[in-house]
Design a protein around this ligand. Sequence first.
Ligand code: GUN
Ligand code: ZN
Length: 420
Amino acid sequence: MKLLLGHCIGFDDQDQLTDTARGGLLIDQGVIQAMGDGAELVRRYPQAQVVDHGSSYLMPGFVDAHVHYPQLPVIASHGEQLLEWLERYTFPEESKYGDLDYACAQAEQFLDLTLAYGTTSAAVFSTVHATSAEALFQAAGRRNLRLATGKVLMDRHCPESLRDDPVSGYQESERLIRSFHGQGRLEYAITPRFAPTSSAEQLAACAALWDAYPDVLLQTHLSENADEIRWVSELFPASPDYLGVYEQFDLVRTRALFGHAIHLSAREADSLRERGGVLVHCPTSNLFLGSGLFEFQAHARAGQRLALASDVGGGSALSMWSTMLGAYQVSAMLGQALDAQQLLYAATLGGARSLGWDCVGNLAVGYEADILVIDPHATALTSQRIGHSTSLEEALFALIVLADDRHVSDVYVAGQRVSD
Ligand code: GUN
Ligand code: ZN
């Protein structure tokens, strides 16, 4: 039993920010068992091991709802938009992940880095190779992370070395589901890359697999780039629009995660809302690849299920701080300035709920103890800025704009300190 002391930040029943200076979190069996005034909890639980984080903030760990671990080596690649970027940078790197040793080394490095930035949960794309998903599951399992991944399904319009077929894709996915889904905190995500790289047979196989295992996630890409959208309309001429392809194969359900979803028609947006699909905002990627401006505020007001994501390697940062800043900058371009509450909610509790993970994303009794210790004084720049702030919201917004991995001084995963 552990009692963490610090400045506790979470969300109340109305999803508004709450804070308790000199607060405490009692953790047992990886779950928050009590929270409140720190001194009071110290008195009430004399047997607990006290870890005093002083005036640092204790916050829920970040949820990255769409990221490609095999693309870490191609983050920050110059000069292309989506389809050319895939051909020139992404596919050559992804071709290496049939080698289990390479995949394992990359998975370890990816998780070390994401944890250093404070991401404790993620929905992650692997590559077409089952070994790549296996490597990430093993590495995430060793760290006891709540994480979903899946082998990419891709049977056309890609290099031969990255191609599966509808039958092998189904069988390998099913084998991975049976081996890893529900093991500890791991979950499986059926992962058709996007409509252009899957045949009709493969998309139909995805639906059959999801029918057989209805409690897994599904993740894919939707309506990111103008050339991509045109290509989808040529490949699926009978479909009214891009989403219509996924609808036709019954892939638009709750817990279907659609990365990007920038250029939606009113029909597509209405259908996504009615069916409970999740729109995953990938702001740094959408800026970096020149894809477009996602209307987060409008979608939030319309009641869409939303999440926030780095989309590395299209995204230019692993950090969810930078991702929130990207979301703010995109909203500013649209004249809609998202605030600290909206940004932090999307990066934690809101994203977690959209993924169906009701057990993470908040500091409250009953939640799994994935906790960040944030030192606002880690750099001179943030320290002086926080010193001039007059409210918690102002201080948190300054961190969203200015913080990086130096501000994440400790991370707890299910109550265990990662550095231990
Ligand atoms: N669409 C299909 N594959 C990808 C990918 O790997 N990254 C991004 N940003 N979009 C995609
Ligand atoms: Zn992506």
